[in-house]
Design a binder for this molecule. Sequence first.
Ligand code: 4AD
Ligand code: MG
Length: 477
Amino acid sequence: MRKRPVTQIFNPEEIVERILIKDILYKCTAGETVTVCGWVRTRRESKGFAFIVLNDGSSQETLQLVVPGDAPAFGELHRCNTGAAIRAKGILKESPGKGQKFEVEVSEIGVFGDSDPEKYPLQKKGHTLEFLREIGHLRPRTNTYGAVFRLRNILASAVHDFFQSRGFAWVHTPIITASDCEGAGELFSVTSLDLENPPKKEEGSVDFTQDYFGKRAYLTVSGQLEAEFFAMSLGKVYTFGPTFRAEDSNTSRHLSEFWMIEPEMAFADLMDDMRLAEEFFHYLCVAVLEKGESELSFLQNQYKRISLEDLKRLSETSFVHISYSDAIKELENEKKSFEFPVQWGLDLQSEHERYLTDKVFNGPVIVTDYPKDIKAFYMRLNPDEKTVAAMDVLVPKIGEIIGGSQREERLDILEMRMRQTGVPLDNLQWYLDLRRFGSAPHAGFGLGFERMVQYITGMPNIRDVIPCPRAPQTIGF
Ligand code: 4AD
Ligand code: MG
């Protein structure tokens, strides 16, 4: 067995009661003895003292550890390099240093895991976000990603608080599915067939009856269709889970795997849907302002892409409503400056969305009543028979953050829309059943969770707000 150095006071394997650095500030008083654990940010020595800056991930805060030269722990210091995981015990003192209330005068120190300072990828000098993306397993230890992922957690928790407090039930819709909710064909296949040598039908196509599920299966693009049958039974529900899109979009706002929140309400129309979306959006803004102020302040100072003031204003500002047809009229005034054409019937490109949010309205906008031909089969046909009861919430810099609609509850019209858009009816008989037995008006929407986190944090790329980003040609960890 390896001998422990004599100066190592702690047995690192021993479990001890530790206090989180974020709690020290308001739970402790000077003179108390505390034990903290964390990762060393920096270490320096001066005038017979050593100073270690420690972060434990519980907040943006770091804690300064002061080790007097005559402390028995001093001998361990050579191992307390940047990146090392350590534990320290000592007395809490009022700190003479600026920006920190307390420091710890250390009497005992122990190292859980060493870190070679020459090789540790996180050096004190600032790294680019691109570089940090390559070391996704270490980037949460930086101030930036610590802030982003703590804010992500605050938002995730607020999602549940919002819906639970309003009587919505969380339903766990499947990840593997047999249907294409959006009808856009952007599906990843799930198969256990031998791809080198799949079973074939006589006419030469792959025989999926011999596949694992006996038919074609995919990763879900949305939990909406399944959420609908729970709305038509439990009344008010929401999903919160991962969704997958095999779209070939290599942009700063697209992921192949992203999380979506999809509320669905029975006995509700498009107006109810829009009201819920706005209330939800405001609630999330208030939650981060209340619980993530130090993270937001850090990001505001570091990158100057967000401001707490703007967020506060946003949390109180009503969304502007504009119909697709009126939006097209607005865009036609600026036609010349766009790369993509503006014409009734064509989808809005992100340059158009940004023009509306950033230039015309300077804030979030809900665009409603899109042409039926550019929207999914399940959206309710309007009396004009040209448009559907759809709504997209657009926000500055990002564009579309929420997509939703009132659903088509009339069986004959839904069947017609499915035929027109080439959605196979036989595969979705269960969906049609909801219109055969006790159909009712209902509506819902999907909020892209990463787009929301990106919006709140101001991170320039959506890949910086999800732990392990998946995108075309990109999969690590
Ligand atoms: O507009 P989408 O495709 O709508 C649906 O999936 C509906 N079934 C939702 C519903 O009504 N229940 O997607 C909803 C939101 C978008 O507004 C966007 O925020 C996000 O999901 N989103 C993406 N986020 C990241 N990467 C992608 N590739 C995304 N595609 C959509
Ligand atoms: Mg959409």
